[in-house]
Design a protein around this ligand. Sequence first.
Ligand code: FAD
Ligand code: ADP
Length: 441
Amino acid sequence: MPSLRHVVIVGAGRAGASAAAALRAEGFDGSIRLVGDESLPPYERPPLSKAVLAGTAAAGAQQVLAPDFYREQHVELLLGQAASAVDLSARCVELAGGARLSYDHLILATGARARRLPPDLDPERRALALRDAADATRLAAALASPRCRHVIVVGGGVIGLEVAAAARAAGRAVTVVEAGPRIMGRVLPAALAPLLKQEHERHGVRILEAVHPRRLTVREAATSTVDADVAPVRLDLGDGSAIVGDLVVAGIGAVPQTALAQAAGLHCDDGILVDEFGATSDPAVSAVGDAARFLHPTFGRALRVESWQHAQRHAAAVARHIAGQREPGQREPYVDVPWMWSEQFGLELQAAGLLDDGDESVVRTSADGSVTTVFALRGGALRGVAALGPDGKIGRDVRVAQLMMERGVKVAAAALADPDVRMKSLMSSAPPAAPNRDAVA
Ligand code: FAD
Ligand code: ADP
């Protein structure tokens, strides 16, 4: 194998930083250059829609790695610099400022960006998005404005509902407009979505489902430059009705940042395509985190996962392969079962695995009725789990379910549904199921 001396990482988010840390932890002592187009060192995004909007944390304050890490571990941080091109044959990354960085291995950790409302729907670009620290600072200021009385949230997914909860906590009226048949269609199974909806409604959030926004119109220009995002607006809906409000936030999904990879000629399809070791169509280039669509051996299909835990674990696993320079036969594929969480109104939700991958759905309700867990089973093996309940009460069972998926444990539906049967006791109750490889593309 060619010797590895120079690694360039493009994208200084959780995945990029985690890749750098894992390379050093694995003993790689060559040069590492971490290039990020934001001005802040790698920071955590989950607080942006939680503590930052609640006003209890500053955007970008929670860093992914200890601030001293980069100096102590000789990782060169190139911030505020966008990578504009990759030359695969010359093994070189070009920065927007003109500098060229040579690499033996390139890791693309370019993440995702917030999808924006189309220009014909929002011609004046009034709707705010929430993806980075600057977005969060801007949104927090708008929510705090005394002129902000009614917030319209377009999209009832994770970001939209966390924004809705924060806006309600700030005392604003909130209407959520979800185009799909139900909220949280990407993350929650049908049995859980109504429970979360009820919780929002109990706190005064108005939720409209299966309604399509048609046009956003500014009714009056903002008079203040201090809170210029807050101004009377009207959102016309497909059913002929309209909502008037003072602030519009769009939480309509994230789009993987593949432009750089695509222009370089790497294979992309709703993500940079990688194998179970993180390698792209060029073996000298890997892709990790939100930007990558990777082959998952357990689920037998390519997945793109937008989650905090995955960003770290995927990047670390791929970096270990790169630093370890192992021969193909010695390498272990990345098999972590994806997991995510969200918090809304003191309720926690967690989801792991694939909820659309089952042929059987099982609901388990805790004896006190406060926790509802939904399992997806395929051929008796657990494929997905989602749970909703008070903060701190759902994590343990979801973790056990995640382990069962990782180990391919088969389980009886009746036992899963029975809240008196401890989840942990099901771990060893049946022989492991064979991993599903039949659907590998
Ligand atoms: P990113 O965090 O998107 O980082 C990619 C970085 O690369 C960015 O800084 C980007 O600007 C930079 N970049 C892109 N292109 C270039 C280029 N050409 N040159 C230089 N730099 C470039 N997950 C959970 O599990 N639970 C949660 O509660 C949760 N809450 C969230 C709340 C918010 C508001 C957001 C936005 C996400 C949340 N997530 C949550 C998801 C989680 O934060 C992401 O999955 C994770 O940040 C992905 O990390 P990443 O490093 O792959 O990508
Ligand atoms: P995010 O992580 O940004 O919250 P999700 O995929 O969890 O992304 O949720 C996005 C939600 O936005 C989905 O429920 C989707 O149906 C909804 N959505 C997408 N486009 C529109 C639109 N134009 N109007 C209203 N809702 C939309």
